[in-house]
Design a protein around this ligand. Structure first.
Ligand code: FAD
Length: 422
């Protein structure tokens, strides 16, 4: 058996943690530091596979908003539930936890905190060392297949390596996004069969696929702009920030954070989007700006001016979307009506949203166990006395920016402390 094998194998453990992602590792460390004998079961042969790819491999470990009220406003309906857990372990505790274990953090734009080393694997390494130091028995290649219930308690778990039992069980098997990392959503099924209400997960923070294929030609290019989403032609909501073109559609922070709302719209009708590359200018001012530029470069080719005017390769868009426009023509030959068409286009580049990309590309999948089923002070199930639920298994919607991992640190800590107190 591939384990840290610190103690001779014994059957008696106080706590079994199921799942070696960030929430499970944190819970195991805290429970063991609190004096409990802890075993962690992980179906992969290594810990923290999803953690290792988080933040593009850099791990956006938390969001450095130290005012809990302000931070929790980002969690929508779950904010009320989270006040109590955050009173036990908040963002400054996350900083202290990692920095005290020799992982300095730095804060970047939009309060996003990363390890100074810029390596997500360093976060996993800190937690692995802490598990070892706390004498947690980690059992790898151990897929849990069922939670066996007796009355209102878990009596044991069955795994690919036989049955295990303990006094308390912490469930930390994660959600559904990026299943190749090990997070296949098994926990949702078990929780449902134990009588919990589980909201069906849908990909939460995902890129959007478009019908238009021209986006592929801009694949990898980012622009700043405003996107307006429309349902059956009627404006619904706007978002502003960086937009990344991909080979299948659009992505980037502002798009990812809009995906859940776009998903809802897609259930009601046809969703289109308009990208405004000059949100700070109205159409008239935008036209004036273009006219001034054209005046300056009267004898140059139109494409030279477009390249100066439109950022990061986006000058291809008029070329692609206004087929009658000859971008090789000299500026002085540009007709007024074509100039107007150009302005209209850059103020509202049209896209048709076909669907949300799936779990395979999701950063977070929403859904999970209804928070009304979970005790806010301990993460204990209200239905099963010795079961605690943490991390992505909880139904907590959150944007990208370190908010997901902060939930893992906080709920893992709270469950670990609660089992240590039993
Ligand atoms: C590409 C990507 C980038 C991300 N970047 C960020 C970021 O920068 N910042 C941020 O805050 N969030 C980020 N997230 C979200 C964040 O990674 C998750 O919220 C977090 O990993 C959830 O932790 P968890 O411990 O609940 O579950 P997971 O990390 O999913 O871990 C669950 C563990 O349980 C194991 N397991 C599952 N089933 C079983 C079973 N039957 N038996 C035994 N073990 C099992 C799995 O193998 C896995 O190791 C990102 C997510 C993705 C996909």
């Amino acid at each position: 058996m591939n384990t840290f094998e610190i103690d001779p194998p014994t059957d008696h453990y106080d706590v079994l943690v199921i799942g070696g992602g960030p929430a499970g590792m944190m819970a195991a460390v805290v429970a063991a530091d609190g004096g409990k004998k802890v075993r962690l079961l992980e179906k992969n042969s290594s810990l923290g596979n999803k953690l290792n790819i988080s933040g593009g491999g850099r791990c956006n470990i938390t969001n450095a908003e130290y005012d809990t009220r302000t931070l929790l406003a980002h969690y929508g309906k779950a904010a009320n539930f989270l006040y109590s857990p955050f009173s036990q372990f908040d963002v400054s505790d996350t900083f202290a936890f990692f920095e005290n274990r020799r992982l300095p953090l730095q804060v970047e734009a939009r309060n996003r905190a990363f390890p100074v080393s810029q390596k997500a694997s360093d976060v996993t390494a800190v937690l692995s060392r802490a598990l070892k130091r706390a004498r947690v028995d980690v059992v790898f290649d151990c897929g849990v297949t069922s939670l066996n219930r007796k009355d209102n308690r878990i009596a044991s778990v069955s795994t690919t390596r036989g049955d295990f039992r303990a006094e308390s069980y912490i469930l930390a098997t994660g959600g559904l996004s990026r299943p190749e990392t090990g997070s296949t959503g098994a926990g949702f099924g078990w929780l449902r069969s134990l009588g919990h209400t589980v909201r069906q997960p849908s990909p939460g923070i995902v890129p959007l696929a478009t019908k238009e294929k021209w986006v592929a030609q801009l694949g990898g290019k980012t622009v700043e702009g405003r996107v307006t989403f429309l349902l059956d032609g009627k404006r619904q909501f706007k978002t502003q920030g960086r937009i990344l073109f991909t080979h299948f559609g659009i992505s980037g922070p502002t798009i990812l954070n809009s995906a859940a709302r776009v998903g809802e719209l897609l259930e009601s009708g046809a969703v289109t989007a308009e990208i405004d590359l000059f949100p700070q200018l109205d159409e008239g001012s935008c036209d004036k700006e273009l006219m001034a530029l054209l005046e300056l470069h009267k004898n140059k080719a139109l494409k030279t001016v477009l390249k100066e005017w439109l950022p990061n390769g986006v000058w291809h868009v008029p070329k692609m979307l206004l087929p009658t426009l000859d971008t090789d023509m000299k500026v002085h030959s540009l007709r007024k009506e074509d100039r107007k068409k150009l302005v209209k286009l850059v103020k509202a580049i049209p896209l048709t949203i076909s669907h949300l990309m799936g779990f395979d590309r999701a950063v977070v999948a929403d859904g999970g166990v209804d928070l009304r089923d979970i005790d806010t002070k301990s993460m204990r199930s209200k239905l099963i006395d010795n079961l605690f639920v943490v991390g992505d298994l909880l139904d907590i919607n959150r944007p990208s920016g370190g908010y997901s991992l902060q939930i893992c640190w906080t709920t893992g800590y709270v469950a670990g402390r609660a089992v240590a107190a039993t």
